[in-house]
Design a protein around this ligand. Structure first.
Ligand code: MOS
Length: 735
């Protein structure tokens, strides 16, 4: 592995290269695509949560103006279920029988000349149900309990013996509600067929997964399926799986023999594209009087949909966070009649860290220790599950520098002891990590005759800055100005890329771009190897570097020539090279692969008479490995922090326990923070490139959210002496 050496391009806070396209309306999102003779679709959703469809009458819908087709389970073809993949498995194929498994389940699709006509006709479909009793509560003892399907439960040491040694034991239950991702861009699909070939514009975070899934589901060759997603209006995990509405749009297009467009409505977004499943977490922590953790036991139960296989290891963070000799973590799922959950920004850690980091705070209080001190005292110097050194970990520095910046030392320990006029003031913190995730990825790089570069991979940019950071990386590696580099993505005909998810894309793709660009420079050297006219002939890759589009010998800049000169003399239009990244292996490297770490410091202000809670300040000290772009990375942490404030104080998807209907499925009813709820935030990046990969990033997409809810809860405790163990923290809990 050759580690990336950087000059001035990588790391700089370059403005987004795609910003001009976005602000001028030239960036085309999936629902911006229209085609001649395109028809429009609307979905029919079930109005019960469990049972059977006794009959569907589509007569009036079919007779409505402009209607081309109505597809239900009565006339739908048999569809295969898509393949199971990590983070992106397909839920069961739609319209395969008369069963209803959740409220809002797609039980029909109407195709018409216009979207309005389709929506109108969808309302004319009459459905007669045979309802059954729905299981909707994660605590329902009748719910089937699913064992951990990923084998991620952990056990080390002897927790019983550990608790026997403890001077203090904290044992509490923490709960987190359903949250719904809701990217601003309504998820949309436009599909058209030509024979067995299929083209799909889709709001996906993973074009290759859509391609592979649709090929399986419709039994057509994968090579004939093309999925395009050059711009996506946000994701937060909602675009990881191949959802029913995508499959139905493709089916509708085949049925009517025309291009078909479907745009989900906001209420449909709440039942169709996943959500963060709720959790009930029992956590028990034992400590000595001196603040040494001696045992941790964490049991999580999350909800999952019927016949679905989504999974989040909610308790796993408790196994890796602290140097505690006796730890047991267990996750189970309760099968309910709910829409399929899916990853939502910081899946698993988002829920688990609320329980763990709140409970650590409770232990600190019980033993009379500063919450920062107890975390430093039990700092995991090595990965406690693997017993290996971390590939990088600057969490200690995050704690110390974050505390310094925040002014943690001003905190007086007693709850309720800090005031500012009528406001109670509270300081809280959390220390967190997000697991390393990297999967294979490919990229292709070309340098053209005019000396410009073109680099591409079938990845997506869900607003995170992928276009920008990959342009910077390629520019650095090819020795070109960023203006001479074009990075392209969002097309399944490009080299394979994994999902923009799990905070893993920048690493996977960055290492693939690194490999492709380095190989491309070697290709140029190969071309001139025996070329007596070239000042570079016979040069080895390690002998050269590239500056301003000119390859030259290290230490002798005069001895070199430009890409253009080489291509011209050899009569070549361009040279290309493929690169791939493969995930590093902990065992081979003898180190534990590190994801990002972060220390979050929060100040809250609370009006004790009104129960008003305000987040006044947040300092996030983040070890994200190499930061490719200071500005976009900071934006990721800020966005994640807003998501964390939202999780802590606002978001709760409310399911009506009588019907299974989502009761707040609009932006008017589903609470989120507005600007006035969000304070100034400081972001510090600490630590350097991770040593497990060439590029050394660790992913910053999710770490910004993790632990924020605990830090806010801990600050509320410090302000009031009241411990809130159920999210979101609402006024009624504070009065
Ligand atoms: Mo992320 S929730 O893995 O898109």
């Amino acid at each position: 592995m050759t580690t990336l050496e950087t000059g001035t391009v990588v790391g700089a806070g370059l403005d987004r290269v795609d910003a001009p396209l976005k602000v001028t309306g030239s960036a085309h999102y999936p629902n911006d695509f229209s085609f001649p003779a395109m028809a429009h679709a609307a979905l029919v959703g079930s109005t019960i949560a469990a049972g059977r469809i006794r009959g569907i009458d589509v007569t009036r819908a079919l007779a409505a103006p402009g209607v081309l087709a109505v597809i239900t389970h009565l006339n739908a073809p048999k569809l295969e279920r898509g393949p199971m993949t990590l983070l992106g498995g397909s839920p069961p194929a739609p319209l395969q029988d008369d069963r209803v498994l959740h409220y809002g389940q797609h039980i029909g699709i109407v195709v018409a000349e216009s979207a309005e006509q389709a929506r109108h006709a969808a309302r004319l479909v009459r459905v007669e149900y045979e309802p059954a009793e729905a299981l909707l509560d994660v605590n329902d003892p009748r719910a089937e309990i699913v064992e951990n399907p990923w084998g991620l439960d952990t056990e080390r040491g002897d927790v019983t013996a550990g608790f026997a040694r403890a001077d203090v034991v904290v044992e509490e239950t923490y709960t987190t509600p359903d949250n719904t991702n809701n990217p601003l861009g309504l998820m949309s699909t436009v599909a058209y067929w030509h024979g067995d070939a299929l083209t799909v514009h889709d709001s996906t975070q993973w074009p290759h997964n859509v391609r592979a899934s649709l090929a399986t589901i419709f039994k057509v060759p994968e090579s004939g399926v093309r999925v395009l997603a050059p711009f996506v209006g946000g994701g937060f995990g909602a675009g990881l799986r191949v959802w029913s509405h995508v499959i139905l749009t493709v089916l509708a297009a085949r049925e009517v023999g025309r291009p078909v467009k479907l745009v989900l409505s906001r209420p449909e977004m709440f039942t169709s594209v996943g959500h963060r499943p709720n959790s009930v977490q029992q956590i028990k922590i034992g400590a000595t009087r001196g603040g040494d953790l001696v045992a941790i036991e964490h049991h999580g139960i999350s909800s999952v949909a019927m016949e679905d296989d989504d999974y989040e290891p909610v308790s796993f963070g408790s196994a890796v966070s602290y140097a505690c000799p006796n730890v047991l973590t267990r996750d189970r799922q309760a099968r309910l009649n709910i829409p399929c959950p899916g990853s939502m920004r910081a899946p698993a850690e988002g829920q688990g860290s609320f329980a763990l980091e709140s409970a650590i705070d409770e232990v600190a209080h019980a033993v009379g220790m500063d919450p920062l001190e107890i975390r430093l005292r039990n700092y995991a110097e090595e990965n406690p599950v693997l017993g290996l050194p971390w590939s990088s970990k600057a969490l200690r520095e995050c704690y110390l520098e974050g505390a310094e910046r925040f002014g943690w030392s001003r905190r007086t320990p007693e709850p309720g002891s800090m005031r500012d006029g009528r406001w109670l003031v509270g300081y809280g913190l959390a220390g967190v990590s997000y697991p390393f995730y990297q999967v294979p990825c490919q990229a292709r790089a070309s340098v053209r005759h005019d000396g410009s570069a073109y680099v591409r991979s079938a990845a997506t940019d869900i607003g995170t800055g992928t276009y920008t950071v990959m342009t910077q990386l390629a520019a650095e590696l090819l020795g070109l100005d960023v203006a001479r580099v074009r990075f392209d993505l969002g097309d399944s005909d490009m080299p394979y890329a994994p999902q923009a998810g799990g905070s893993g894309l920048t690493g996977a793709l960055g290492n693939a771009v690194h490999a492709a660009c380095r190989r491309l420079v070697r290709e140029f050297l190969d071309v001139v190897r025996d070329d007596a006219e070239s000042p570079l002939h016979g040069a080895a890759p390690d002998d050269v570097t590239v500056t301003d589009g000119r390859i030259h010998r290290i230490g002798n800049p005069a001895q070199g020539e430009t890409y253009t000169e080489i291509l011209t003399r050899h009569g070549l239009e361009e040279l290309s090279a493929d690169g791939r990244s493969t995930p590093p292996q902990a065992e081979e490297l003898g180190m534990a692969l590190s994801g990002a770490f972060g220390a979050k410091f929060v100040e809250v202000r609370l009006d004790p008479e009104l129960g008003l809670l305000r987040v006044a300040r947040v300092v996030s000290a983040i070890d994200g490995g190499r930061i490719l772009n200071e500005k976009t990375a900071t934006s990721q942490i800020i966005g994640g922090t807003v998501g964390g404030i939202s999780q802590a104080m606002f978001e709760e998807t409310a399911t009506d326990q009588g019907t299974g209907r989502i009761a707040n499925a609009t932006f008017g009813d589903y609470l989120m923070p507005v600007s006035a709820d969000v304070p100034d935030m400081e972001v510090l990046f600490i630590g350097g490139p991770d040593r497990a990969t060439a590029v050394g990033t660790k992913g910053v997409g999710e770490i910004g959210l993790v632990g924020l809810a605990a830090a806010i809860g801990n600050a509320v405790f410090h302000a009031t002496g009241r411990r809130i163990r159920s999210l979101p923290i609402t006024i009624d809990q504070l009065m």
